[in-house]
Design a protein around this ligand. Structure first.
Ligand SMILES: C[S@@+](CC[C@H](N)C(=O)[O-])C[C@H]1O[C@@H](n2cnc3c(N)ncnc32)[C@H](O)[C@@H]1O
Length: 241
């Protein structure tokens, strides 16, 4: 049995795992330092979570990524680094101050040609993304205002293709996700998104709880399925010849 409070232990384990498997480099360290200096909240993904997103993008062979919720561009750097030189990442951010910090961080990381930051409420930006980017995205990372999570999953479906991957961050929220009262907008939005993933015929997904330096939370992962068209079952009509 551990003598540490759970949070201390989660942080110690995250520090160990991050040092071993997701060590910081200059651009990542500077991105966090500049975000801190600009007074941005500490709500970026943890380094090992950033590496996890990077690996999902790599495993997916992603060439085109959409991120909803940029902050200072920390997760954006992890994701954009998974792309080939001619890859595309579009990231949507409500707050112009956050977007400015993110642009600086992406430029320092040498990713400003690949990653475009669009400013404004994501639900206002998304129709423009659909018009400007007719090619589907291979991966969508949703990490903005949680009340709109279900709308973001719906948009992700519109902007992707069969085989694309959708990740929704912070779906456990310290266990509050089980609150079915509908009173907290972030929980209602998250539960609606999870319900959509569960019920939509074009989605297959799961959600996983996590603990770590960011506390107790979790993420959902979904794959976009091919359209389910009624299949022609030839065997039923086959005569015996
Ligand atoms: C959790 S932070 C994103 C963290 C970032 N993905 C990372 O891990 O480095 C959420 C961001 O979403 C932005 N945001 C909130 N509401 C938004 C909206 N309606 N449209 C776009 N961005 C929004 C916030 O300003 C904040 O910067």
């Amino acid at each position: 049995m551990s003598e540490h409070a759970p949070e201390e232990q989660w942080t110690a384990v995250d520090d160990y795992l991050t040092g071993l498997l997701a060590p910081a480099d200059e651009a990542l360290t500077a991105a966090l330092a500049d975000s801190e200096a600009a007074g941005l909240p500490h709500i970026n993904v943890a380094p090992n979570q950033g590496k996890f997103l990077h690996l999902i993008a790599r495993i997916q062979g992603a060439r085109r990524i959409l991120e909803i919720g940029t902050l200072g561009g920390y997760s954006t750097i992890w994701l954009a680094r998974a792309l080939p030189a001619d890859g595309v990442l579009v990231t949507l951010e409500y707050d112009p101050r956050h977007a400015e910090v993110a642009r600086g961080n992406l430029a320092r990381a040498g990713l400003d040609k690949i990653a475009e930051v669009r400013v404004g409420p994501a639900l206002d930006s998304l129709p423009g993304i659909a018009a400007d980017h007719p090619e589907p995205f291979d991966l969508v990372f949703i990490d903005a205002d949680k009340a709109n999570n279900a709308h973001y999953v719906e948009w992700a479906l519109r902007l992707t293709r069969p085989g694309s991957v959708i990740v929704v961050d912070n779906v456990v929220r310290g266990g509050r996700v089980t609150d079915d009262s509908g009173t907290a907008p972030d929980i209602r939005g998250t539960r609606d998104a999870l319900r959509l993933i569960a019920d939509h015929p074009k989605l297959d997904g799961t959600a996983v709880q996590t603990v770590g330096v960011k506390g107790y939370d979790g993420f959902a992962l979904a794959r976009v399925l091919p359209d389910r068209r009624p299949s022609l079952d030839l065997t039923r009509h086959q005569t015996s010849w």
